[in-house]
Design a protein around this ligand. Structure first.
Ligand SMILES: Nc1ncnc2c1ncn2[C@@H]1O[C@H](COP(=O)(O)OP(=O)(O)O)[C@@H](O)[C@H]1O
Ligand SMILES: [Mg+2]
Length: 183
């Protein structure tokens, strides 16, 4: 299967929908599966998901032709079933605006911004699925068409140049560490 992951607001569902249609892939949305199977509870901040159960269900539900989408992807797939993973990244300054529009709570926003700044999803994808299969793309100030084109090329050719991302450096330079890590 192919995977598109990344923190909320990085652009996963937008590009996954387009790519699934374009390439004839079967789109599987991790959150939707979790909710429909009754293994996700609406927690205080986000979905509380039983990761073990979800992994079993997704093992059955996915195939070679699957495009799996969701921020939980690195934690709920069997490594040997994965061909390639795209981790979408976006500047915390841009994400902050998206979270405001989505009316995320202060805590949910801070958690996701901190995770993006530290690159946790990218790091965990490399750790759990492997360096060679992992490619990150920065969607900040990029058009949707451009991002779709880059991912399509990766999916077709099997490799590509990924982006360098170091939000921590940018945030510290701007002296915004306190703003994003208030606790
Ligand atoms: N290059 C891009 N790629 C994907 N989405 C983008 C891009 N630029 C802007 N967006 C916008 O980003 C917002 C968040 O996208 P969405 O697909 O909902 O993210 P996610 O599924 O990761 O939460 C949407 O309003 C989308 O139109
Ligand atoms: Mg989404």
């Amino acid at each position: 299967m192919k995977i598109i992951t990344g923190n909320p607001g990085t652009g996963k569902h937008t590009v996954a929908g387009i790519l699934a249609k374009k390439l004839g892939l079967e789109l599987v949305d991790i959150n939707q599966v979790a909710i429909s199977k009754g293994i996700a509870k609406k927690g205080k901040q986000a979905l509380d998901v039983d990761v073990k159960k979800l992994k079993k269900i997704l093992d059955k539900k996915t195939s070679k032709n699957t495009l799996l989408v969701g921020h939980l992807a690195p934690y709920v797939v069997s490594k040997n079933k994965v061909d390639v993973v795209v981790v979408l990244r976006r500047s915390p300054y841009s994400l902050e605006r998206i979270y405001k529009k989505r009316e995320y709570s202060k805590q949910k926003s801070i958690e996701n911004l901190g995770s993006e700044i530290l690159g946790i999803t990218y790091y965990d994808t490399i750790k759990n699925i492997g360096r060679k299969k992992t490619f990150q793309f920065d969607t900040t100030n990029k058009s949707i068409a451009d991002t779709v084109k880059r991912i399509e090329s990766l999916f077709v050719k099997g490799k590509t140049r990924e982006d360098n991302v170091d939000w921590l450096k940018i945030v510290s330079k701007k002296r915004d560490l306190k703003r994003f890590f208030p606790y």
